[in-house]
Design a binder for this molecule. Structure first.
Ligand code: UD1
Length: 416
């Protein structure tokens, strides 16, 4: 079946790796390719399942897509408006980002409610409210979102919460528009800035990504470009935590340390030794891992996408760790699985209290979502004995060649 990993824990992760382009940068950039009739090239695009699903969505819309080596080529010259049904959108939360691009390009769109990781309610009210304020008529009908617009007219949008997806969707919707759009309280994640850079290279006029407001001066037309997205901070973070949890030493390249500052700070306190040079982070695991406190927040706060992996580290760090998840309601599904591996964790509402044990022990567990699944892999690498992880398809949504990279770093991992 090849749907699981068998890990024999106890080997350290040590060596060098280079991170892939960031999943969360590449996905909205793929949607942006729909905004021009000219060909775009996404350089070094990871062939993760989320990307392959987005390729299917673009193909369904009549785009021509192909991988040439590592580069993904997208030609949207013949794209046409097609309703995207549940069979395509259920696998991928980011299918909602295509809505902004579709409305911009076709002036109408019909998309089934998006899927993705089951980690909370994940409503899209902020996207829909913003679309309405920008001149789009939106109706919802039995799990379908239907949009129609004569033209997109700039406006001032205040986001109640700095939603990553809503910020990106507004940028995609208004890059080509009449007038100026201002997004107050936008998300500040590095991937937002990367989308701005991509759109600006295409000819858009956007300033302010990463700051308190983003200003989008609508242009008439965008053109095709070739672009390499930023490195994946979550992949880098996962391998850094994997090194800490196994007692190894790693050199990770292709990543800006400033994009991982909240994690590096926690790992130093956990007694890791960290050095940074240009786009390289070196980490040597400390001898006495210490418990810590984490409070997930929008960027530049601690990223929710690294919470599960840090929770795995907390399981084998001395003393009590407290982990509060503020972004997603039900992002603790990995806890029940970690407990099967000998972890001592209790969860109350959005807070997990972890009492460190010396080492986890092997067992049979299930990945329920992408980052929670990665946390189980890290836990298995620490545990003594054999750990079987089922449903790793969730992990492969966002990590390219995960087990090969772990193997190269010395981990004992096989597929079954
Ligand atoms: C993106 C990332 C995901 C990351 C998350 C938070 C991509 C492809 N995915 O997801 O990996 O975990 O940011 O950093 O980039 N919300 C609403 N209404 C909305 C939109 C969001 O209530 O209209 C809520 C969500 O339910 C959630 C929170 O806001 O609780 C964060 O969501 P958001 O920032 O939009 O995350 P995503 O774009 O889904």
């Amino acid at each position: 079946m090849n749907n699981g990993y068998i890990i024999r824990g106890g080997k350290t992760l040590s060596g060098k790796i280079k991170v892939e382009s960031a999943k969360n940068a590449v996905l909205p950039i793929m949607c942006a390719c729909l905004l021009t009739e000219e060909q775009c090239v996404i350089e070094s695009c990871p062939k993760i399942t989320d990307v392959l699903n987005m390729v299917k969505i673009l193909n369904k819309l009549g785009c021509k897509t192909k991988f040439e080596g590592e580069n993904l080529i997208i030609d949207s010259s013949l794209a046409k408006n097609v309703a995207l049904d549940n069979s395509l959108t259920k696998e991928l939360r980011s299918s909602v980002f295509i809505l902004g691009s579709m409305v911009s390009r076709f002036k109408k769109a019909s998309v089934s409610y998006p899927g993705g990781c089951d980690i909370g309610l994940r409503p899209i009210d902020l996207h829909i409210n913003a679309f309405r304020e920008l001149g789009v008529i939106v109706s919802e009908d039995g799990g379908e979102i239907n949009c129609v617009a004569n033209k997109i007219v700039g406006n001032e949008i205040y986001l109640d919460f700095p939603s990553v997806g809503a910020t990106e969707n507004i940028m995609l919707l208004t890059a080509v528009s009449d007038g100026t759009t201002v997004i107050y309280n936008p998300a500040k994640e590095p991937e937002i800035k990367d989308l701005m850079n991509f759109l600006n290279k295409m000819g858009a006029k956007i300033v302010g990504a990463g700051r308190d407001k983003i200003v989008i001066e609508g242009v008439k037309k965008l053109h095709g470009i070739s672009y390499k997205a930023i490195g994946d901070r979550i992949e880098a973070g996962t391998f850094l935590i994997g090194t800490a949890i196994t007692g190894g030493e790693i050199e990770i390249s292709g990543i800006k340390a400033e994009n991982l500052a909240p994690l590096l700070n926690k790992l130093v306190n956990n007694t890791c030794n960290i050095r940074v040079k240009d786009d390289i982070i070196y980490l040597k695991s400390g001898l006495n891992r210490k418990g810590f406190f984490i409070d997930t927040r929008p960027h530049p706060g601690f990223p929710t996408d690294l919470q599960p992996q840090m929770l795995a580290l907390a399981c084998v760090s001395t003393g009590v760790s407290v982990i509060r998840e503020n972004i997603f309601e039900t992002r603790f599904k990995h806890v029940g699985e970690l407990v099967k591996l000998g972890a001592e964790v209790t969860v109350k509402d959005r807070v997990a209290i972890v009492t460190g044990v010396e080492r986890l022990k092997g067992g049979e567990v299930y990945a329920h979502d992408l980052r929670g699944g990665a946390a189980l892999v890290l836990a298995g690498l620490n545990a003594y004995g054999k750990t079987m992880i089922h449903d790793v398809k969730h992990i492969e949504r966002g990590y390219y060649a995960f087990e090969q990279k772990i193997k190269r770093l010395g981990g004992d991992i096989e597929r079954f």
